[in-house]
Design a binder for this molecule. Sequence first.
Ligand SMILES: Cc1cc2nc3c(=O)[nH]c(=O)nc-3n(C[C@H](O)[C@H](O)[C@H](O)COP(=O)(O)O)c2cc1C
Length: 221
Amino acid sequence: MKILVLSGSPRGKSGNTYRLMDSAVRGAQDAGAETVFIDITKKEINYCTGCSTCYSTGKCIHEDDYEEILALILESDGIILGSPVYINSVTAQLKTLFDRMPDAVHCQMLAGKYGFSISTAGGSNADLVCDYMNETLRFMGVSTTGEVYAVMAEDDNAFNEACNNAYELGKDLVAAISEKRVYPEQDIIHGEMHDRMKNIVLSNKNNWSHEFDYWKKKGWL
Ligand SMILES: Cc1cc2nc3c(=O)[nH]c(=O)nc-3n(C[C@H](O)[C@H](O)[C@H](O)COP(=O)(O)O)c2cc1C
């Protein structure tokens, strides 16, 4: 079982977010998973230009590290996202990665995977940033198993508790994948997304041939 950890913290391994992510990684490893950690802030990921080339060809116009990261995402069973709060949102680096993934959304490429999100903030909104990252995962078809965050202005006990929770969530992610855990409320969301994306792909089938072919091959049309 492979768990991919994508870090959007520019402070890397000396950052607060890394400490929570590391706890989650240890939890997943102790439960038997293989983990791969990618610091996306050290990768070259260019901005989406909105050209729609990926919809029609499955390839981006940029030649950078995105393809390698997408391949890692697609071969993983579980995904852990981590980002500090930067002005009430994820870091620009993580958002830039998300923005490169509309083809993955249209094709619901991450359907069947599980994941969760981690955030730290100086003072506030780490919960909202976790919610946003989890919503983004679900947008692509992932079932989310929880979230863990810490506000650095709080005391050390709160941070240590968050580390423990991250460890437990890491372990629980492995359990969710093993047992193919069902989240009935999320299945409704996935079903609605599937129908929405199907309509988009069908309405654009003459222009977005890659997406139409992808859906056909999946047996979804
Ligand atoms: C550019 C920037 C923007 C930030 N914006 C916020 C913010 O909006 N709200 C907040 O509570 N903390 C904010 N912070 C503080 C970080 O979220 C906090 O220190 C976090 O733990 C850093 O994580 P890291 O050590 O993994 O980089 C900001 C920090 C930076 C550098």
